[in-house]
Design a binder for this molecule. Structure first.
Ligand code: GLN
Length: 206
């Protein structure tokens, strides 16, 4: 019998249930055998074949990562190839380098992607906006991206590559098993990004 996959969503703070819902929808559409779970402690990570790090408040998620002592485990598994999809605040946390705003808050970045992130890069006044983005990996149809007090990626280096752009800003970066996006793909009905991520997981688990 085909083994069922477990996909984890880091369930500490932020858009957790939205990602769970989007993943469950994508699982159905792809007809793969998978269960989606909320990861709230280190032991939950043992069985997952992929992890989503949702958006929310990077300072809060950072504090909770320390409190439940899960940061090192995530870093370790990511380095062993665990597929990770990080969005917005989650993307900030994956970076190697942050701007002054990140430094001021003593956020302990996981350092998994060679990129520098800028918090609230679209201006604090502009709380949120939507835009149609062309993403080569998703085909011709633009993706409706929702930005909420979104960060941007100032630059990438090393093995980390640009995955998506909006105007003159980098809004997505990828290195092998790790994909970081500064917008919220879980807030639209378009499940192409969650399906893309599930395919990364399926390839990894083979
Ligand atoms: N501005 C938030 C932060 O810096 C991120 C916003 C979000 O995740 N939607 O953590």
């Amino acid at each position: 019998m085909e083994k069922s996959l477990k996909i984890g969503v880091l369930g500490l703070q932020g858009a957790v249930s939205e990602h769970i819902f989007a993943l469950e929808k994508a699982v159905k559409e792809l007809k793969v055998k998978a269960e989606v779970i909320s990861v709230r402690k280190s032991e939950d990570l043992v069985e997952v074949s992929g992890l989503v790090m949702p958006g929310g408040e990077s300072t809060t998620i950072n504090r909770l990562l320390s409190e439940i002592k899960i940061r090192e485990k995530i870093i370790d598994l990511a380095k062993k190839g665990l597929p990770i999809l990080a969005t917005c605040a989650g993307a900030i946390l994956l970076a190697k380098e942050g701007d002054e705003q990140v430094k001021k808050t003593d956020t302990l970045l996981l350092g998994l992607l060679e990129m520098k992130v800028l918090r609230n890069a679209f201006g604090r006044q502009i709380d949120s906006f939507e835009a149609d983005i062309k993403i080569a990996e998703l085909g011709k149809k633009p993706f409706r991206a929702v930005f909420i007090r979104a960060p941007a990626i100032e630059k990438v280096w090393g093995k980390t590559k640009v995955w998506a752009n909006y105007k003159n800003k980098i809004i997505g970066a990828k290195k092998g098993n790790i994909l970081a996006l500064t917008f919220h793909p879980e807030l639209t009905n378009d499940s192409r990004i969650h399906r893309y991520f599930i395919k990364m997981i399926v390839n990894f688990s083979r």
